[in-house]
Design a protein around this ligand. Structure first.
Ligand code: MG
Length: 382
């Protein structure tokens, strides 16, 4: 048992409630000031700035192509400690630099006593405006980072997960020409699972091309690209024969009855992504999908994602943990939940050329957590 872990266990009762939790930070704050004149703790402050991620390759899915992704980087400062967060907003999901900065301008953290009041603070932020899940996640992540840093523990410890049990991440290959698909498959030699984007008329070509290079497991993401359930079922049987283990969102999310029909008959698990956003969607996913894809940017962050995993498990659903193109900040935040999931697709930071953080890394395809406190990130540049 490491010293850190012993220290954590000693304080683990602090997790039971905010009253006990706030008592934990008092000694930390006081120790920095003279004993007779304890200084007042500073209030929480939120800062944010827009940033544009550059993708290494043009990224094409069933519905769009792009070379950049807008993000907003957040920082929450509290009592001399800074926590980092991020909102990643692929254009087709409706959020933007403008919407996120407008939302974050409405967030006032100075009225809260301390960052351990996660439930209250995040409920209030969720109630500020409907939608804006990525902007909300950027506050949630930075707040979790501050709390973990105050506790001097990484979140996998706070949640009680074994960091050695992280999964291998899939590496995503977008829709492309035969030559590019072959090249990208070769370049992905390090990764143990490939995630393939399908949903156009090149589906069989893409799978067959990959199979000329490797026989490693494949997961497929159709991004709602198929429309007919009978044709989809035929395709699922074909994919199963080709070693495809699971398929995300084969039909449009609105075709609920067709999805339920397909899931009942499918030879591989069907995972809901576009059709399952937040905690409240999970009960409706039972019988429609075999499992759900949880992303921090869809569900408003780490706190709700954790609740979603617990509920999905209780309802017998499989769990996948996904991401957008994100810096290592968003990926690190999600990765602390990864010991709890069936599939991880946390390759978002590998697809960009201008990361701002170092944190969770992908080592020989495996999600490898940093042991730093909080979400485990370090800033690389301004
Ligand atoms: Mg997906």
């Amino acid at each position: 048992m490491t010293h850190n872990r012993r220290d954590f266990l000693k304080h683990s009762s602090a997790l039971a409630g905010t009253a006990v939790a706030s008592s934990l930070i008092a000694p930390l704050a006081a120790s920095a000031a003279p004993a007779q004149t304890p200084r007042a703790k500073s209030r929480m402050k939120l800062r944010f700035r827009p940033y544009t991620l550059q993708l290494k390759h043009v990224f094409t899915i069933a519905t769009s192509s792009r070379t950049t992704t807008p993000v907003v980087l957040t920082e929450i400062e509290y009592d001399g400690i800074t926590g980092f967060g991020e909102a990643s907003m692929p254009p087709y999901l409706g959020e933007s630099h403008e919407s996120a900065t407008a939302f974050l301008s409405k967030v006032d953290l100075s009225k809260y006593e301390n960052p351990f009041e996660l439930e209250t603070i995040l409920r209030d932020i969720d109630a500020l405006a409907p939608g804006n899940p990525a902007a909300k996640a950027s506050v949630d992540i930075a707040l979790h980072d501050v709390v973990g840093r105050l506790m001097r523990q990484p979140w996998y410890n706070i949640w009680g997960f074994d960091p050695r049990k992280t999964p291998y991440t899939s590496f995503t290959i977008g829709i492309d020409t035969q030559d590019v698909v072959r090249q990208k498959t070769k370049e992905a030699a390090e990764y143990k699972v490939l995630k393939v984007k399908l949903g156009r008329d090149t589906d069989k070509m893409i799978i067959e091309t990959i199979r000329t290079v490797t026989d490693k497991p494949i997961t497929a993401d159709v991004n709602q690209g198929w429309k007919d359930r009978a044709a989809a079922l035929n395709m699922l049987h074909w994919l199963k024969e080709k070693g495809v283990e699971m398929v995300e969102q084969p039909l449009p999310k609105e075709q609920v009855d067709d999805l339920a029909w397909l899931t009942e008959r499918s030879p591989v698990p069907i995972i809901g992504d576009e059709g399952v956003q937040r905690l409240a969607d999970i009960k409706k996913a039972v019988g429609v999908y075999s499992g759900i894809n949880i992303k921090l940017m869809k569900c408003t962050g780490m706190r709700e994602a954790h609740k979603m995993i617990v509920l999905a498990r209780a309802l017998g659903l499989k769990v996948m943990l996904g991401c957008m193109t994100e810096t290592s900040c968003g990926i690190s935040a999600a990765s602390h939940l990864s010991p709890m999931v069936d599939w991880a697709d946390l390759d978002g930071a590998l697809l960009i050329s201008n990361d701002v953080y170092d944190g969770t890394r992908i080592v020989d395809g495996k999600v490898t957590l940093s042991h730093r406190p909080g979400i485990g990130v370090r800033k690389l540049k301004g």
